[in-house]
Design a protein around this ligand. Structure first.
Ligand code: ATP
Length: 450
């Protein structure tokens, strides 16, 4: 983990937020390379969920959330973690994370009784600051989906089964944050709520568990480092009939990157009025606030759909991808290299174009032309790399995962057609190809098995 954290800072993937003022605990900023990696992973998810399917719509709901939404979702009363304080060193930690009942930090057993601590952030809303008018920063993107169920259904004429997908920020005032970007207070989630007819829910749950597991494989995580873990009945959230977690082998051990829950009719039922008429399976809080009734028509009858929810953490996804890709290799010449063996579609830079001689106008101008041409293909960032010598440029780009380096040299202009050297990040193999083939070559490397 230390090596990954150091690479992230050194090369501009992830920075501690407000580090110049001592840092904000559990809050991170994504730098020039981090934002690319994160966007690429988001796009891959959106493509798989929304573009490649016929039965899913997208949504971007607000972060600021009406109190009543989070009252009926159960978050106001139950979104809590049990917390204890160490009387010896004053540290605060989660009671359910204690090992042998001892303080994480000093090992003392002199702890307070557990107290419940609500994880939601409150913010003043409007010009009055007396605390009476507030909203919450959403603790999950899911509630924005549920409360928009009727709007999406009406505006798209969808029929069950169909889903609504959303990517966005969520906020949780975690009691303790640790393991870099694994557990943080501000993070992004990629969530799907897939609405199904009761009775078909178990089958759809199974389908999404498999689908999501395969998606993580397709992003480059290896099967050996992934596990499916069905939760025991005792661990299930109040709304869930069944939940299966996908765990990844992080440097600190196997932990959750995504949970796939069968939330039954709890959510649409909770946000509906006249609940006694709805024949709900879930136990919900009485709702006298809502003006909606979330029903799906089935011939002459109607029902409240069940929601199957695959909910993934983007920041945890980025950490898993970095963990998997980070390789330290001993080369034949005895030197060591660090290579980030990212799937090319996720790499921050898709290609680097290196002019061998920075003082040769012909080489420089050709390298710039090639860079421009590659950028026009819209594959993503293409770096014009004229700092340092060629060996350094290769090492730098290995370390940040650039799949292809292209070198323009004196031989480029020899022969009947112009040629360049292309160097593959993983095999380090170099070969000459005609400049006229370059676009196709780079595009095919970068978009292979997107
Ligand atoms: P945990 O048990 O680790 O606290 P959770 O079960 O509360 O997680 P969910 O509410 O199921 O998590 O959220 C879905 C996903 O959102 C998780 O699988 C995880 O990837 C991500 N996530 C949740 N909390 C955090 C956090 N504090 N920091 C980063 N990602 C998070």
């Amino acid at each position: 983990m230390e090596e990954i954290v150091s690479l992230c800072k050194r090369r501009g993937f992830v920075f501690q937020s407000s580090d110049l003022y001592g840092g904000l605990q559990g809050v991170y900023d994504f730098g020039p390379l981090g934002v690319e990696l994160k966007n690429n992973l988001k796009q891959a998810w959106w493509r798989a969920m929304v573009y490649m399917r016929d039965d899913i719509e997208g949504l971007d709901s607000s972060v600021l959330t009406h109190r009543t939404v989070l009252k009926h979702s159960g978050h106001e009363s139950t979104f809590t973690d049990p917390m204890v304080d160490c009387k010896n060193c004053k540290c605060r930690m989660r009671a359910d994370h204690l090992v042998d009942g001892k303080c994480d930090s000093c090992g003392s057993k002199n702890l307070t009784e557990p107290r419940n601590f609500n994880l939601m952030f409150k913010a003043n809303f409007g010009p009055v600051e007396d605390g009476s008018s507030y909203v919450y920063l959403r603790p999950e993107t899911a509630q924005g989906i549920f409360v928009n169920f009727g709007n999406v259904l009406d505006s798209t004429s969808r029929k069950i089964p169909f889903g609504i997908a959303q990517i966005g920020k969520s906020f949780r005032n975690e009691v303790t944050t640790k393991n870099f970007i694994f557990r943080v207070r501000e993070f992004e989630q990629m969530e799907l709520e897939f609405f199904v007819k009761p009775g078909t829910d178990e089958q759809w749950h199974k389908f999404w568990v498999q689908e999501r597991f395969n998606w993580w494989l397709s992003q480059g995580l290896s099967a050996d480092n992934l596990q499916l873990q069905p939760q025991g009945k005792a661990d299930l959230s109040h709304y869930s009939k069944a939940t299966t977690d996908i765990l990844y082998k992080f440097p600190h051990g196997f932990e959750e990157i995504e949970g796939i829950a069968n939330r039954t009719d709890f959510d649409l039922g909770s946000h509906s009025k006249n609940q006694s008429e709805l024949n709900l399976l879930a136990k919900v809080l009485e709702n006298k606030d809502s003006s909606a009734k979330f029903l799906a028509q089935d011939g002459d009858s109607s029902y409240v759909p069940f929601a199957i929810e695959p909910s993934a953490g983007l920041d945890r996804g980025v950490l898993a991808i970095l963990t998997e890709a980070y390789k330290k290799e001993r080369l034949e010449n005895g030197q060591e290299r660090i290579a980030l063996k990212l799937k090319p579609s996720l790499a921050p830079f898709k290609a680097a174009v290196v002019p061998l001689a920075r003082n040769n106008d012909k080489i420089v101008s050709k390298a710039k032309d090639i860079t421009e041409e590659l950028r026009k293909t819209l594959i993503g960032r293409v770096k014009y790399e004229d700092t340092g010598n060629i060996g350094k440029a290769y090492r730098r780009h290995d370390e940040i995962g650039t799949p292809v380096c292209i070198t323009v040299d004196f031989d480029t202009f020899e022969g009947s057609q112009e040629t360049v050297t292309v160097r593959d990040r993983d095999s380090m193999e170099q070969r000459r190809i005609p400049v006229s083939d370059l676009k196709n070559y780079v595009v095919s490397v970068v978009s292979s098995a997107v």
